[in-house]
Design a protein around this ligand. Structure first.
Ligand code: 3PG
Length: 209
């Protein structure tokens, strides 16, 4: 499971974080991101159509690797997996979530920020973590200072990351990839500007790590 997740995270420098308002946007949006070089995407469970969007992408976009995000409890984990999510992202880590996912073949990327949270997640076998909300929690400087004491833990930071600061994170030894919504701005999605989104994805896909 960890290998599977690591492969997804190493596959591209940026994982798009998507909030789908209109179900019909999901498939063309994810196709455009995949064309641009970002086939793995996280669809957040923040809108009523999110699970249907995951189902649609899983069924109709074979070139994509669809994940589910903003998973807060075991029920949401199960719903997302049933919808076809191939990886699951949570902003935090709770004992009940960790217990519930132990028997699932689908990998979880749980969130942690503080040293105590990192140690608790590591105790449960998690060495790949989300760091959210990255900018607000202390940004690249904070994350950098975790690298030496927690040498075995690597992150996907998200929250407030964009084209202007992604490189600051990607240059850190403990960052594998970053996540963010900047490659799928609401305005472009609403207007169906898939070519422009493909171009944003292509620029993000070229970021060096
Ligand atoms: C997430 O859930 O990872 C964040 O909401 C993404 O943050 P962003 O919208 O600031 O990129």
């Amino acid at each position: 499971k960890t290998d599977e997740l690591l492969k997804i995270m190493q596959g591209q420098p940026v994982i798009p974080v998507l909030k789908i308002d209109r179900l019909a946007d999901a498939v063309p949006l994810v196709r455009a991101l995949a064309r641009g070089g970002l086939p793995a995407v996280e669809i957040t469970l923040r809108t009523p159509v999110a699970l249907d969007a995951i189902r649609a992408v899983a069924a109709d976009v074979p070139e994509a690797i669809v994940g589910a995000g903003t998973i807060l409890n075991p029920d949401q984990f199960e719903e997302a997996v049933s919808a076809g999510a191939r990886f699951i992202v949570s902003p935090g880590t709770t004992p009940s979530l960790i217990d519930a996912v132990a028997s699932s073949p689908v990998p979880l990327l749980p969130g942690a920020i503080t040293p105590g949270e990192l140690m608790a997640a590591a105790e449960r076998g998690y060495s790949l973590l989300k760091f959210f909300p990255a900018e607000q929690a202390g940004g690249a400087a904070f994350l950098k200072s975790l690298a030496s004491p927690f040498a075995g833990i690597r992150f996907c930071p998200t929250g407030g990351i964009g084209a202007g600061n992604a490189a600051d994170y990607l240059s850190l030894p403990n960052v594998i990839c970053v996540g963010g919504s900047w490659v799928a701005p609401d305005g472009l999605v609403a207007a169906g500007k898939w070519d422009e989104i493909e171009a944003l994805a292509a620029a993000a896909a070229k970021l060096q790590r």
